[in-house]
Design a protein around this ligand. Structure first.
Ligand code: AMP
Length: 223
């Protein structure tokens, strides 16, 4: 099964994708995580990616598509993948369709998360992530705090704030989302495989609630 997580930054894509990965046993692959690993290891790709990410810009399509293409060739995603943060442009979506078509595959489900604009910045600036690259659990100091401040509940590692989770960069990322990524909603509506869910504290619905809803729907459609 090929699942895509779509949505503005801070809507809960990573949270939902991680729960789906654990419950459905489908590997989550986040292009943002791949870039952050490369940046940490100071590879050439990392340096290039950082020059865009630190400014809140998208990494160029050709670079990003190549990374995903290579990742899709690996054995652990042969039976399914949850793409978290890819595609982010129409060009990326078209390239993904071409790659999948060659293997007689297609995007099965696009999960489109929406959150009221006024909540997004609050969600992002309060986001904390586990520094352990094997864990990467996501918290929110207001909505979903860890039991002990600054420490991951799951693995005990230190929680950190992502470098690009500052208000200035977030505004740029949001602008990019609305200009370059949101047209993908219509792209996938035409393919008829999109599921839109609202994530918002005003209706008391967090990423984990949406994930449960989706798992229920997938299980029902399989029976
Ligand atoms: P994320 O962890 O998904 O929020 O991604 C962090 C940053 O990595 C984004 O703000 C972009 O600069 C970059 N990035 C991640 N995925 C993509 C993509 N599909 N296309 C271009 N840039 C990306």
């Amino acid at each position: 099964m090929i699942i895509i997580m779509l949505g503005a930054p801070g809507t809960g894509k990573g949270t939902v994708a991680t729960i789906l990965q654990d419950k459905l046993n489908i590997k989550q692959v986040s292009t943002g995580d791949i870039f952050r690993k490369e940046i940490k290891e100071q590879t050439e790709l990392g340096k290039l990616a950082d020059s865009y990410i630190s400014k809140g810009q998208l990494v160029p399509d050709d670079v990003t598509v190549n990374i995903v293409k290579e990742r899709l060739e690996q054995d652990d995603v042969k039976n399914g993948i949850i793409l978290d943060g890819f595609p982010r442009t129409i060009v990326q979506a078209q390239e993904l369709d071409k790659i999948l078509e060659k293997e007689n595959k297609k995007v099965d489900l696009v999960i489109n998360l929406t959150t009221p604009d006024e909540e997004i910045i609050e969600r992002i600036v309060n986001r904390r992530v586990c520094s352990n690259p094997e864990c990467k659990t996501i918290y929110n100091t207001l909505l979903n705090p860890p039991k002990i401040e600054g420490i991951c509940d799951k693995c005990g590692s230190k929680l950190i704030t992502r470098d690009d989770d500052n208000e200035e960069t977030v505004k740029r990322r949001l602008k990019n989302y609305f200009e370059l990524t949101s047209p993908l909603i219509e792209y996938y509506e035409k393919q008829g495989n999109i599921y839109t869910a609202l994530v918002s504290k005003t209706i008391n619905k967090l990423g984990k609630d949406v994930a449960e809803e989706i798992i229920e729907n997938i299980r029902r459609s399989m029976n």
